[in-house]
Design a protein around this ligand. Sequence first.
Ligand code: PLP
Length: 450
Amino acid sequence: AAADPATGVEVLDLDRAHVFHSWSAQRTLTPLPIARTEGTAVWDYDGRRYLDFSSQLVYTNVGHQHPRVVAAIQEQAGRMCTIAPQHANDVRGQAAQRITARTPAGLDWVFFTSTGAEAVENAIRMARLHTGRRKIISTYRSYHGNTAAAIVATGDPRRWPNDVGIAGHVHVFGPFPYRSPFWSADDAEECERALSHLRQVIEFEGPETVAAILLESVPGTAGVIPPPPGFLDGVRQLCDEFGILWIADEVMAGFGRTGSWFAFQHWGAVPDLISFAKGVNSGYVPLGGVILSQAVYESFLDRPYPGGSTYSGHPLACAAAVATLDAMEEEGMIEHARKLGEDVVRPGLQELADRHPVVGQVRGLGMFWALDLVRDRSSRQMLVPYNASGAANAPMAELAAACRRRGLLAITSQNRLHLVPPCNVSVDELTEALGAVDDALGEIDHYYTG
Ligand code: PLP
């Protein structure tokens, strides 16, 4: 047998010889080989440390290698690695109990999946079966996952090559005060016009054909766009008026990311179905799911739910969820994320915006932040055009490289820099990262033309 790879170069060579990477053209890929991870940091094979302000794909909400979660997985592996979904299992029940303890009353049942896409897929299926209707309304500027209905519900360029004739999906514009599709002047106007647009789409599609409105409570990949106050309440009212279900996609925003257990809880209205994954166990073992309201649950009291998968509620994943949620609670991570988001990140990023005109807007809450980068503040022209690649995307590619040279992993998406550290990040780590972003922005300031 070939020797195990021992250096970064060997790890990369082996990867390039056999691993086919997601969402990528394969020829020019050079994924960073990671040798070790701990807390907010990861290290390459040369011992270089990087602060992980990407939380990987925004899921390591308790950071890397949290000792309590690692121990729970080890303990569960020693006791029972697997048991199929048709059995009752202690940690599966405990995970469902821990999850529903954080939801509003009535959202008391959990259907487990392994990924966020499957969670969305099943939430859509449940909504269609419960209402007997077909259409799903979702927004442009959204991501819901990589499977059939989830990718067609998505509102970003990843849908385009995957939109292969799956019927029953309608897209609307959600509220986005900084880049308003509705020519609004403030949050209140944006909220009112987004709701009026949504109402018209429902009416023109035929209310009795619409099963669900599927929304990221805070759109994440699309730019960390908190909804204006009143928007989700308005969605709830439209759903009640027309007999439509509200599916809150909390796959990225859930489990502490926004400084509350679920992002919708910042505003008050309560959804019918919640899709989750990622932060539920910080992605240590794949786990996702759907939380069901009483009414949807009762739809399947006497008729079988036509869906499931081999690994639904896998014990290793559920043991990781129990330990993750207990650690988040006992270590006060939700409050920590909320407080440091307001006390350190918001003012820190605002100060960067004061010094770097390319920062058009600072958006976010908790440990969920984006800098919307512009060529010109008055026109708000995006620093790079939508879906730019190659030379057109150079400013963003340079920014990502500049962050990395300064030991910071952040996410660049369209014209934005996303800063999404774990919920238990320290003040020192935030300060260090803000310094790195300051320097990195200095390298792209010259693109500002305003
Ligand atoms: N929904 C949202 C809001 C997401 O951000 C994602 C992934 O980024 C998904 C669904 C899909 O999750 P997964 O990649 O686990 O299938």
